[in-house]
Design a protein around this ligand. Structure first.
Ligand code: NAP
Length: 310
């Protein structure tokens, strides 16, 4: 294997990351595009084995402008793969009960094969409550208590797509995980907490940080693998990391109309061994992983239709 600082490539594939900048002390970029491309190929292979493409139902509230653009992008990616998408937009609903009733009616009438929920839903609706009202097999984002329980038990079936995308990237670039000190900043249900469990399952020693964490900079400096998901532009600075750290930037923030991550790439880039870029890192892998998992779950269900009640 080719040695690159404290991590190394096994040399199994074509996975040579590009360099953040010229020079010896610059981070190698862990681009999401080839990882997403590989997932896309896996989706196509699964779809080719199915009698009909599974139908996806996308639930959202278009009164949030950022939601409308995420939905457009998700729909475009699904339809490019010839996966039919039904949209349920609750922007016209007056209150939560009207919106939840619309969701229930959709389940009964359209009989989708899977549901994705775009957040925020507004109207005081917590997306977690929506997942709970779904039969578990229709939750293709791994946030139903059944799926979270399976993940906690170390027997994951459906995994939240963002932490799964982080793992896909680390694996694609052959970043060794076993025995490594991993630090996650951000403890949300959709990113930090499931990521903690996924890293633990791969024999990392993870630490989960949040707003009440004391001496955060000391903890991030101890990380060999550092994942940042706080939702704060340029949050992580170069002097918060050790040289040779693998840094994964989950953040999606808009500053003056420009997409930026939670990592200050200007100061972290020259110091880290590896860095996922924003844009072009975790984001594109997340959306493809969600589709892959959806199709894979439908394939599994067709193979053994009685594993879950419906
Ligand atoms: P969230 O629900 O708002 O959670 C943010 C987490 O960060 C919380 O646990 C919070 O701690 C912690 N945090 C915030 N400020 C902090 C600080 N100064 N020091 C330490 N911890 C801090 O956010 P999320 O949904 O997990 O999303 C996080 C980021 O990832 C956002 O930028 C989001 O847009 C992005 N994201 C990207 C993708 C993707 O596909 N790339 C997918 C989902 C989300 P407390 O718990 O103590 O409040």
């Amino acid at each position: 294997p080719q040695s690159c600082g404290s991590v190394c490539f096994s040399g199994k594939g074509e996975k040579n990351p590009s360099t953040f900048r010229d020079g010896n002390l610059m981070a190698q970029l862990l681009a999401g595009a080839p990882v997403a491309k590989k997932l896309e190929e896996r989706v196509k292979t699964l779809l080719a084995q199915m009698e009909r493409p599974p139908r996806l139902s996308l639930w959202y509230n278009s009164s949030f402008p950022e939601v409308a653009s995420y939905v457009r992008s998700k729909k475009a990616k699904a339809e490019k793969l010839l996966i039919p998408v039904e949209e349920v937009d609750i922007a016209g609903c007056q209150n939560a009960s009207e919106a939840l009733e619309l969701f229930q009616k959709t389940l009964a009438s359209d009989k989708p094969d899977g549901v994705m929920v775009e957040r925020p839903l507004g109207l005081g609706i917590q997306p977690e409550d929506v997942y709970e009202m779904l039969p578990p097999e229709l939750d293709v984002e791994g946030l139903h208590p059944y799926h979270l329980g399976k993940l906690l038990a170390g027997k994951p079936e459906i995994i939240p797509p963002t932490p799964a995308a982080v793992m896909e990237i680390l694996d694609y670039y052959h970043i060794p995980l076993e025995g490594k000190r991993a630090v996650i900043v951000g403890r949300s249900l959709i990113v930090g907490r499931p990521l903690f469990l996924l890293l633990l399952a791969r024999h990392c020693t993870p630490t989960l940080c949040h707003t009440r964490t004391k001496n955060l900079e000391e903890i991030t400096r101890s990380a060999e693998i550092l994942i940042v998901a706080v939702g704060s532009p340029h949050f992580l600075k170069g002097d918060w990391i050790s040289p040779d750290c693998v840094v994964v930037d989950v953040g999606i923030n808009y500053v003056e109309g420009k997409l930026v991550g939670d990592v200050d790439a200007e100061t972290v880039g020259p110091k880290a061994a590896y860095l996922t870029p924003v844009p072009g890192g975790v984001g594109p892998v997340t959306s493809l992983f969600a589709l892959f998992q959806f199709v894979q779950a439908c394939t599994r269900r067709t193979a053994s239709p009685h594993t879950l009640s419906r």
